[in-house]
Design a protein around this ligand. Structure first.
Ligand code: MV4
Length: 546
């Protein structure tokens, strides 16, 4: 049966803890009608973000309850929770994305609120609505805001009307190829086709000449239809050599909103961000204030509440263009936390509970510099191929200015079913150089090893020493341009190859009992066979693709 309770320690704590006591007392105005103390939060997610939310709950005196899939039964957030409920099998579609199963777990947990984390159901308006209809608080924006910002065309049109600069392009869903061709002739090629229901880089396509337009439009439409169930597309001028800069915002239910500065997210590959930092090299204080004001204009325009991110492209002259709203806590939120000192997840909980924001814009100047490396279970030497497996050795870095967000435990199997993100390594320093030095040092301390397990750590080791990266010369194409140069170094340096050989040897010795029966080492002693196998495996992992 699904929805099994993991354990019996489910009784809420004796005292009813009020949501955080950190904001200033004395509400500006009345709390929203459904405001009430939050005693227990159901965390509808997994991995590092589930643990991050659980920690915020503990610090706020709120009881955390978890959901988990069968693949995640034996993970740290599940063990640390006061209650945990299985919501289905490994496949996300049948567990973490099953709205009914999550709501049932919330009822069984006796939760007052649901935190969706990021991904899964975090930006699903139906889920937000269903959580509210079940009498629970959704820790995120209102369902209507999720619907509005989920429609990229509608959001674009609204921002344009409000005087927020948007990328030049169509403000309607393109009726036909002719409408797009007319726009492209006016603005010039290249243009970019985007799915109206898309976002995060999904369903985008660059068109470089009219000869390619018709087939590109048809392909984009059919892609959009199968990916989003909506074949609406629109067109924009394609911007090159731009930076991806986003502004973190917090908005409460009392009409108060602040921005917490920007994150520079240009170091990405195929829309998977790899390194993020705050502040951005690209912004002077005046530019930061201007983008912050634009972000707050966006917040006002779409009735935004809770924590959110407003994405912009910034061109070479420093001009920002609104792209989209990310209506959730984001993976890269720690860099903002480290330069502002604000606990964003705690703030999310307090806002959802109806508390007025106790933050003033003037006190939110960024201090120092923070840089985050996303550690993924992917092989940077092999086209970032997913590399799941069992982690045998795990050594986490620490020391001055270092924060590691991970739920990974030694001995744990990294499941194939979910996101490849296994850890976030974040460094803070008084300036960028200090943050970089700490991050390099921490990358070298970090060991994640096991048979078959490859991570992006060797990539980060190279990137953090790249002259362009060190000089802050970033744009969204830099990782792609860099990879051919980085790839050989990724294979030849660092302890990864050696560790892989050791891990292979561990596995091989574990298999000694089988070795005598195994081909092709049947004639050898068990130890010789194990050694041979380890050698073969280490050669396989060391050798670059021809
Ligand atoms: C663009 C763009 C250039 N021109 N739109 C990517 C995520 C989504 N929010 C929108 N994105 C972009 N939209 C126009 N008109 C560049 C991006 C973009 C990007 C594009 C290709 C490869 C990597 C990218 C990283 C960030 C943003």
């Amino acid at each position: 049966m699904r929805h099994r309770s993991k354990e019996a320690k489910q009784a809420p704590r004796a005292a009813a803890p009020k949501v955080g006591a950190r904001g200033r007392a004395g509400a500006r105005r009345e709390a929203p009608p459904d405001a009430r103390p939050i005693r227990r939060i159901l965390i509808a997610n997994r991995g590092e973000i589930a643990l991050r939310v659980l920690r915020a709950c503990r610090e706020a005196g709120i009881s955390p309850a978890m959901v988990y899939s069968e693949a995640d039964r034996d993970t740290l957030p599940v063990r640390l929770a006061d209650a945990a409920f299985c919501v289905g099998p490994s496949q996300a579609a049948a567990s973490y994305l099953d709205i009914e199963a999550i709501l049932k777990a919330a009822r069984q947990a006796g939760a007052d609120a649901v935190h969706p984390g990021y991904g899964f159901l975090a930006e699903n308006p139906e889920f937000a609505r269903a959580v509210g209809a079940a009498g629970l608080l959704f820790i995120g924006p209102p369902a209507e805001t999720l619907r509005l910002v989920g429609d990229k065309v509608e959001a674009r049109r609204l921002m344009e009307k409000r005087g927020v600069p948007v990328i030049p392009g169509l403000l309607d869903r393109a009726a036909d190829t002719a409408a797009i061709a007319a726009f492209a002739r006016k603005s010039g090629y290249p243009i970019m086709l985007k799915a109206a229901a898309g976002g995060g880089g999904k369903g985008m396509r660059v068109v470089r000449s009219e000869a390619h337009l018709d087939s590109a439009v048809r392909a984009a439409r059919s892609e959009a239809r199968s990916a989003f169930g909506d074949d609406g597309i629109y067109a924009e001028k394609f911007m090159e050599r731009v930076r991806h800069v986003e502004i973190q915002v917090l908005a409460d239910h009392h009409g108060h909103a602040v921005h917490l500065g920007e994150r520079e997210c240009s170091a990405q590959r195929r829309h998977q961000k790899l390194v993020e930092e705050a502040p951005s090299f690209a912004l002077r204080p005046a530019g930061r204030a201007r983008m912050g004001a634009l972000a707050l204009e966006v917040v006002g325009a779409c009735g935004y509440r809770n924590a959110g991110t407003i994405e912009f492209l910034v061109d070479e002259s420093g001009r920002p263009y609104f792209m989209e709203v990310n209506a959730r806590i984001q993976v890269e939120h720690p860099v903002t936390e480290m330069v502002t000192g604000v606990d964003l997840v705690r703030a999310q909980i307090e806002i959802a509970g109806g508390r007025p924001l106790g933050l003033r814009q003037e006190e939110l100047q960024p201090r120092g510099w923070a840089i985050e490396c996303r550690v993924l279970a992917e092989d940077p030497a092999n086209g970032f191929l997913p590399s799941p497996g069992r982690v045998v050795v795990l050594r986490l870095p620490s020391g001055p200015g270092i924060r590691v967000d991970t739920a990974l435990q030694p001995g744990e199997e990294i499941p194939l079913h979910y996101d490849a993100l296994i850890a976030k390594l974040v460094a803070w320093g008084r300036d960028r150089d200090e943050a970089l030095a700490r991050l390099r040092r921490a990358v070298d301390e970090f060991v994640i090893a096991g048979p078959g397990v490859r991570t992006t750590l060797p990539f980060h080791r190279e990137l953090l020493n790249d002259p362009d990266f060190v000089a802050g010369r970033l744009d969204i194409g830099m990782v792609d341009r860099l990879m051919p140069r980085l790839a050989p170094a990724i294979l030849d340096t660092g302890p990864e190859a050696e560790i892989a050989a050791i891990a292979a040897a561990i596995r091989a010795t574990e298999e000694i009992g089988r070795a005598g029966r195994d081909e092709p080492y049947a004639g050898l002693s068990p130890w010789s066979a194990a050694g041979r196998r380890a050698l073969m495996e280490s050669r396989q992992v060391r050798r670059p693709e021809a």
